[in-house]
Design a protein around this ligand. Structure first.
Ligand SMILES: Nc1ncnc2c1ncn2[C@@H]1O[C@H](COP(=O)(O)OP(=O)(O)OP(=O)(O)O)[C@@H](O)[C@H]1O
Ligand SMILES: O=P(O)(O)OC[C@H]1O[C@](O)(CO)[C@@H](O)[C@@H]1O
Ligand SMILES: [Mg+2]
Length: 551
């Protein structure tokens, strides 16, 4: 049995903390107790570290090395950022240390937690919280004891190099750690490649480059071989940067590390240009991607405006989630139609896309269509008898919706000789993904890296670090991997897009009915800022005419 309702990390425990009765983790009267989805049920229930508090407060805590290595001694530090680096190497476990520096305010209060939902009603239970990220006064590693490894997995994303750089520099500068290696080429590099020594000097200007200096890959996750490598090399902190697939991989690595009883902190840093990672505010590289997408949309607009009945089609990334397309559309204001995987559409007939294109061309003489790569996949597969294929990680390989759509539009207008069109298709996807991160992503990546290494030094493990409602937090892996973040088309953000493009919603009555029952609807309940079980004013707030409710 795992850490069911056990005490959270020692030394970090709030004084008044209550351990949850897992059979009834929510106090009577709370929304969860009243039948809303109570999270401890299910396959992860036995692995959760839940701590209850007053008024329906729940802390979903992350594992700590001392959960399975109870004898681990605590170390104390005064961070170098505060001007001195003093290491007390012989502090007995659970001893409270005297404050040795006057700048104590830099440490995070051990009781600080970050709330998952910030929109509440007067009678709302306080709901789920995560442990706040940041430097702790008590650390579980001495600087010369740390052997850290960093790996990047999955597709490229602006900011990967910045995270690598800041992990290396942060470990060196704030904790005096000098043994840091990069794992080459993703997960498989653990067991098939040599490591790359990383120093502040070697990573000094890598944030000015796109890609990842460590290389990356899909597939090749062999848990045992990876943990053998950690064990053989004596790696005791591993920083795993990657998307939803990577975080699943990190989670099983953590499980195996724990099963073997190794003193090794397994830390996930969420990366994905698609912004499809659940719980967190947004993933790094996303802002850069949206900014870069503007250049393609601008070009499509210029081309379209300059031709008779000009149509610009721009394909943007977004396998299952249309966030880049949605935000790029809103940012640009030149887009007449945005198509995303979450919102089904159809081509022919009344209310279809082709009818809309014809109407918009008659009104404006040109138009721009932004399509996320995962949109319309069912339509394409139907029209070409396609058999599903997968990449090395098991992700479904997508058909080129941009090319397909462009051809369909051309075919349609070919049948109308009095309606000549000029269509230009732009696919900037890899150009967007390969650029270096912009200033705001650089700052974000720096904060992520620092939060990650503070957590590892403090002995936390099995977590992903990310901002939740603007505050960095340590989130247990299972919360990150249990579902993907998707655009909720019944939320107000999508309504804003419809409002800006004035496009039809393309949903048939059947689609709307199906959506009421599918996962996304359930996701909507999680995604809305209200707590489970509370009525949401955002629900059904968008409509197909694109009107956005006030507030
Ligand atoms: N369920 C899983 N268990 C263990 N490892 C996994 C799992 N899913 C994916 N991985 C591993 O994680 C790595 C990255 O996965 P994937 O290619 O899906 O990219 P990702 O991390 O989701 O990033 P992105 O989709 O943003 O490019 C791969 O090496 C893959 O083998
Ligand atoms: O061609 P690759 O590298 O396998 O990656 C393509 C996929 O990766 C992503 O960029 C996510 O990282 C998706 O948007 C896209 O579908
Ligand atoms: Mg992924």
């Amino acid at each position: 049995m795992e850490t069911v309702g056990t005490a959270p990390a020692p030394l970090e425990a709030p004084v008044k903390k209550k351990l949850l009765d897992l059979k009834n983790p929510f106090p009577a009267g709370t929304a969860a107790a009243n039948g809303a989805k109570a999270s401890p049920v299910g396959k992860w229930a036995m692995k959760k570290k839940l701590v209850g508090g007053d008024a329906g407060y729940v802390l979903e805590d992350v594992p700590h090395l001392t959960d399975f290595l109870p004898e681990l001694p605590v170390r104390a530090r005064v961070p170098r950022v505060l001007g001195v680096s003093v290491w007390d190497t012989d502090v007995p476990k659970l001893t409270f240390l005297p404050t040795t520096c006057s700048l104590r305010q830099y440490f995070v209060n051990p009781d600080d937690t970050v709330t998952q939902k910030i929109v509440v009603h007067k009678t709302s239970p306080r709901g789920t919280h995560f442990r706040r990220a940041g430097p702790r006064q008590r650390v579980y590693f001495q600087s010369d004891e740390v052997n850290a490894a960093i790996v990047t997995c999955g597709g490229l994303c602006p900011g990967l190099n910045t995270v690598v750089r800041e992990l290396v520099c942060g470990l060196y500068d704030m904790y005096g750690v000098t043994s840091i290696v990069g794992i080459e080429g993703g997960y498989k590099g653990f067991y098939s490649k040599n490591t790359i020594p990383l120093t502040p000097k070697s990573v000094n200007d890598i944030h000015k480059r796109g890609g990842t200096v460590l290389g990356t890959s899909r597939g090749g996750h062999d848990t045992n071989k990876i943990v053998d490598c950690l064990q053989d090399r004596g790696i005791n902190q591993v920083y795993i940067i990657g998307g939803d697939g990577t975080q699943k991989g990190a989670s099983v690595i953590y499980e195996e590390v724990r099963r073997r009883g190794l003193k090794c902190s397994v830390v996930g840093v969420p990366k994905t240009i698609d912004n499809d990672i659940a719980v967190i505010d947004k993933s790094f590289g996303f802002d850069t991607a949206v900014e870069e997408a503007q250049r393609a949309i601008d070009a499509a607009h210029v081309e379209a405006e300059s031709a008779e009945n000009g149509i610009g089609v721009v394909k943007l990334m977004g396998r299952n989630s249309g966030f880049i397309a949605m935000y790029a559309t809103l940012a640009s204001r030149d887009v007449d139609c945005c198509l995303i995987p979450e919102s089904p559409f159809y081509l022919e007939g009344k209310g279809g896309l082709l009818e809309f294109i014809e109407r918009r061309l008659k009104e404006n003489g040109h138009m721009v269509i932004v399509v996320a790569e995962g949109a319309g996949q069912d339509l394409i597969a139907k029209s070409m008898n396609f058999v599903d294929t997968q990449d090395a990680s098991g992700n479904k390989l997508l058909l080129d919706v941009g090319l397909w759509l462009s051809q369909k539009i051309k075919d349609h207008f070919k049948k109308k000789p009095n309606f000549p069109i000029t269509l230009k298709y732009i696919d900037p996807t890899y150009m967007i993904r390969a650029v270096k991160s912009n200033a705001s992503d650089n700052v974000y990546c720096t904060l992520l890296a620092h939060s990650a290494l503070h957590g590892a030094m403090a002995g936390y493990t099995g977590f992903t670090v990310a901002p939740v409602n603007g505050r960095h937090a340590y989130i247990p892996f299972y919360r990150i991997t249990e579902k993907q973040n998707k655009v909720v088309i019944t939320d107000r953000m999508w309504a804003r897009v419809l409002c800006s493009t004035n496009q039809p919603c393309f949903l048939s009555h059947e689609d709307v009915e199906n959506m009421k029952h599918d996962d996304d609807h359930e996701h909507h309940l999680h995604n809305t800022q209200l707590l489970e079980g509370e009525s949401s004013p955002a629900k059904n707030s968008s409509n197909c005419n694109g009107s956005v409710p006030a507030g």
